[in-house]
Design a protein around this ligand. Structure first.
Ligand SMILES: [Zn+2]
Length: 149
């Protein structure tokens, strides 16, 4: 059995890895209340250090940051303008065909009442109007999306 008390290093070694301590040191600790109390103190200190060395952030930092980032504004304006330009062109073509061959078409459609023809024209006009409003709204929305802030 070790005659004197264990040194600080010996106490730390005892706390961290008791298998490193000699048989004499273990025997002394078993008999010595002072050394046991120092060992308990070191246990408490090491436990405290272990707790404080845990990651300071117990939340998912990347996840938190990503949700805080403004969602990337999607710009479909090019596709939309292309689509609606195509729509406008095709409607203009339809209108041009009706203008150029309207009389022939009316001739073809003569068996139908003029009411029917006006109804078709009204339907076309309404479709065009709604499309125009939709184009304007989408354009306005996209412009707002592009503006900063
Ligand atoms: Zn001792």
């Amino acid at each position: 059995m070790k005659s004197g008390h264990l040194s600080e290093n010996e106490i730390q070694d005892y706390v961290l890895n008791v298998s490193l301590s000699s048989h004499d040191q273990k025997g002394h600790v078993e008999q010595c209340e002072v050394c046991r109390q120092r060992i308990q103190l070191y246990h408490a200190v090491f436990e405290s250090i272990a707790q404080h060395s845990k990651p300071a952030f117990d939340f998912d930092l990347p996840d938190l940051v990503m949700t805080k980032l403004l969602p990337v504004k999607k710009h479909h304006i090019q596709l939309d303008l292309f689509t609606y330009t195509l729509g406008l062109i095709s409607m203009s073509l339809a209108g041009l065909i009706l203008y150029l061959f309207g009389k022939e078409m009316i001739g073809i459609l003569r068996p139908l009442s003029y009411m029917g023809i006006y109804f078709v024209w009204a339907a076309f006009g309404t479709m065009f109007l709604f499309n125009a409003i939709d184009i304007y709204r989408k354009f306005e929305k996209n412009m707002k999306g592009i503006e900063p802030g």
